[in-house]
Design a binder for this molecule. Structure first.
Ligand code: APR
Ligand code: PHB
Length: 390
């Protein structure tokens, strides 16, 4: 087979890029290791920054998001017996975020690829990129007993944190920066009415908690748990009881509980791999960087990679200008690191750290007091949360 751009990974990053390039007449093939049912069974975060929502519309995939997604102009931080609202709209100069599940968004992208007869190959095993530094790179994969080869101009590594793409860059070239947090998030999805129309991030000495939602009948809640905990340790009853302990009393009182539809634990990690280009391989999204979910930056950090790659590919194919491809890694990393900084800051602000000193706790408290006493500090939080420009 032959294509212009071979994309490894059929998550939001790979599908979005494939869809955008297709609309500009640039041919792609997407190789996904899993089945479509598996990909669409994963429950992921649900806050989209303004820029990502725009990209969805540009990709002609924004219709359902605009119909069913909720625009949020603010969120709450509960701490020290108070609930303070962060007015995103006011402090970001009129911007907002869209609450829309990443699972739904991925479904919309798949449907758009189907509608346009895009080639997405599922259950592609042993995907391997080859000849990355030559002018004729190619990708092989196995389907049953058959090895298939795809010749292409460029390879996009959009295969997530555990993918093969990043691992194909020689260790002498790639530098990895990583910070693993000493806790995870236990998440529960339940068919209950959300406790609050806007998200509540709660800092509590028992640990962090988050009240989020997918719709007015579907709630998503999280609590910070030690890494040694497993899902089996947490019955639904135990989860609701602990969540209530960490929320302000009046919020806990009106919390509607019910059976969990999904329950999982995600460890918190910050990670960046540099550079994001090696020869004709370009990394995008989780393949190159991971953030802890506190600032809701995961998908949004991927969005700028996709945007830069999309424009760089257009410049290359439609105008014969390769400077965007040459600058991709530096440009993408500049924004990636800002998302890293913000996610780290919000994580540090709101969680209980097992080894923290009384001094650290005082600073955490002071940081919150400062935040809600300074319009400039709120402005900084708001502009990062709605997404820095790209
Ligand atoms: N070959 C082919 N596909 C692979 C391989 C491989 N060797 N390894 C992984 N994949 C697939 C995964 O099955 C997955 O569907 O690549 C896809 C990567 O998707 P994601 O992990 O969702 O990463 P990405 O598309 O970059 O999405 C950005 O935003 O909210 C965050 O972390 C969240 O994943 C989300 C991210
Ligand atoms: C979610 O709804 O899953 C969610 C929302 C906000 C976050 C993280 C996750 O910061």
């Amino acid at each position: 087979m032959k294509t212009q751009v071979c994309i490894i990974g059929g998550g939001p990053s790979g599908l979005m890029l494939s869809q955008l390039l297709h609309l500009k007449g640039i041919d792609t093939i997407v190789l996904e290791r899993q089945s479509r049912e598996y990909v669409l069974g994963r429950i992921r975060a649900g806050v989209l920054e303004h820029g990502f929502a725009k990209l969805m519309r540009e990709a002609q995939c924004g219709e359902r998001m605009d119909r069913e997604g909720e625009i949020h102009h603010g969120f709450y931080i509960a701490h020290d017996g108070r609930q303070d609202r962060v007015d995103l709209h006011k402090y970001s100069g009129g911007s907002s975020v869209v609450v829309y599940g990443q699972t739904e968004l991925t479904r919309d992208l798949y449907e758009a690829r189907d509608r346009m007869k895009g080639v997405v190959i599922h259950n592609a095993e042993d995907v391997q990129p080859h000849e990355l530094t030559s002018a004729a790179p190619y990708v092989t994969y196995r389907q049953g007993d058959e090895i298939v080869r795809i010749d292409c101009d460029f390879i996009i590594g959009a295969d997530g944190f555990h993918g093969v793409s990043r691992k194909s860059i020689p260790k002498t070239v790639l530098k990895e920066y990583e910070k693993v947090y000493p806790f995870g998030w236990l998440g529960v999805l339940s068919r209950t009415r959300p406790v609050s129309p806007e998200l509540i991030y709660a800092k509590n000495e028992r640990g962090f908690a988050l009240c989020s939602l997918r719709s007015q009948v579907l709630s998503r809640y999280y609590i910070q748990v030690p890494l040694s905990d497993s899902v089996e340790d947490w019955s639904d009853e135990a989860f609701w009881a602990e969540l209530k302990r960490r929320l302000p009393a009046e919020v806990a009182q009106r919390l509607e509980t019910g059976p969990s539809i999904e329950k999982s634990i995600a460890p918190l990690r910050s990670f960046v791999a540099e550079p994001m280009r090696y020869g004709n391989l370009f990394l995008a999204g989780d393949a190159a960087h991971i953030v802890p979910p506190t600032g809701a930056r995961g998908l949004n950090s991927a969005a700028s990679d996709i945007y830069y790659l999309y424009h760089a590919m257009m410049d290359h194919y439609l105008r014969g200008d390769s400077s965007g491809l040459d600058n991709y890694s530096a440009k993408a990393l500049a924004r990636v690191w800002k998302a890293q900084r913000f996610s780290w800051w919000m994580t540090s602000l709101l969680h209980s750290f097992p080894d923290s000193l009384p001094y650290d706790q005082k600073l955490q408290q002071t940081e919150l007091e400062y935040l809600f006493s300074s319009e400039k500090a709120l402005g900084s939080l708001a502009e990062n949360y709605v997404g820095l420009p790209f």
